[in-house]
Design a protein around this ligand. Structure first.
Ligand SMILES: O=C(O)CCC(=O)C(=O)O
Length: 218
C-alpha cells in the first residue's frame, strides 16, 4: 500500500528545477506532459528529413545521427560546421518547426528565466548505445543572446556540463526521458557533451536516445 502511494505521488510530482550554473538549469520531467505531441511531430519531421550520419571537418563520422527542422538546420561535412536553410540530403528546405516544439521550447526557456525564446533552428540527434557527443561549445549561431533548450527522450544519458575551456572540469548530470536542460546568458558558451549511451531499452523509444536541441541561430 505504502509503495503504491509513493509511486502515485512520484507520477504526480511537478517538474523540478535543478541549478547547474548561474543561468543553467535542468528541468526534470518538464517535457513529459508534451511527450505524445512531441513524438507525433518528430515522426512527421523524420519522414521528410531522416536521420543521417555526418562527417566532421576532420574526416570522422559522428556517432550520433542527425536531422533538423526549422528555418535553419545544423550540418557538418569536410568543409566545416554550419547552419543551412537547405537539407543537403534532399536539396530542399528543412521541414517546418512543429508548433509543439516551439511551444515547449518557449515554455521551458521561460521556466528557466529566458522569456520570449523563439528558436529558428532545431537539431535532432539519435544516439544508439555507444554513441556519444564530444565536448563542444555551441557557437555557430549569429548571436549568443538566446539560450539553448535541449530536450532528452528515450534512454538515459550522462550530460557533461563544463566551463569555457575544453579542459575545464565538467559536472556529470544524468538525464532521463522528459528532462530539459536550458542554459544561456553567462553560461551560454559552456562546453558540453554526452558520454557514451549505455545499452538498454526504453518503453517508448526502444534502444535509442533522442535529443532535440532548439536554438536561435539566424
Ligand atoms: O544530446 C545532448 O544532450 C546534447 C546535444 C548537443 O550538445 C548538441 O547537439 O550540440
Amino acid at each position: 500500500m505504502t509503495l503504491d502511494l509513493f509511486a502515485e505521488e512520484d507520477l504526480q510530482q511537478p517538474s523540478r528545477l535543478e541549478t547547474i550554473g548561474v543561468q543553467g538549469f535542468v528541468l526534470r520531467g518538464f517535457a513529459l506532459p508534451w511527450a505524445d505531441s512531441l513524438m507525433q511531430a518528430l515522426a512527421g519531421v523524420l519522414t521528410q528529413s531522416p536521420f543521417r550520419a555526418m562527417q566532421t571537418p576532420g574526416g570522422f563520422t559522428m556517432s550520433a545521427r542527425l536531422s533538423s527542422c526549422g528555418e535553419l538546420g545544423w550540418t557538418s561535412d569536410r568543409n566545416g560546421y554550419r547552419y543551412s536553410p537547405v537539407d543537403p540530403l534532399r536539396n530542399q528546405p528543412w521541414p517546418a518547426m512543429p508548433a509543439a516544439f516551439l511551444a515547449l521550447a518557449e515554455a521551458a526557456a521561460g521556466a528557466a528565466g529566458f522569456d520570449h525564446f523563439v528558436p529558428d533552428a532545431c537539431l535532432i540527434n539519435t544516439y544508439s548505445p555507444g554513441a556519444r557527443m564530444a565536448l563542444h561549445q555551441d557557437k555557430n549561431e549569429r548571436s549568443f543572446e538566446a539560450p539553448i533548450v535541449s530536450i532528452s527522450l528515450g534512454l538515459p544519458a550522462v550530460f557533461q556540463f563544463g566551463g569555457f575551456e575544453r579542459s575545464d572540469p565538467t559536472q556529470r548530470i544524468s538525464l532521463f526521458h522528459g528532462d530539459i536542460v536550458v542554459w544561456g546568458g553567462v553560461d551560454r558558451l559552456r562546453y558540453h557533451g554526452v558520454l557514451p549511451i549505455q545499452a538498454g531499452h526504453h518503453p517508448v523509444l526502444g534502444e535509442q536516445r533522442i535529443n532535440i536541441t532548439l536554438r536561435k541561430a539566424g
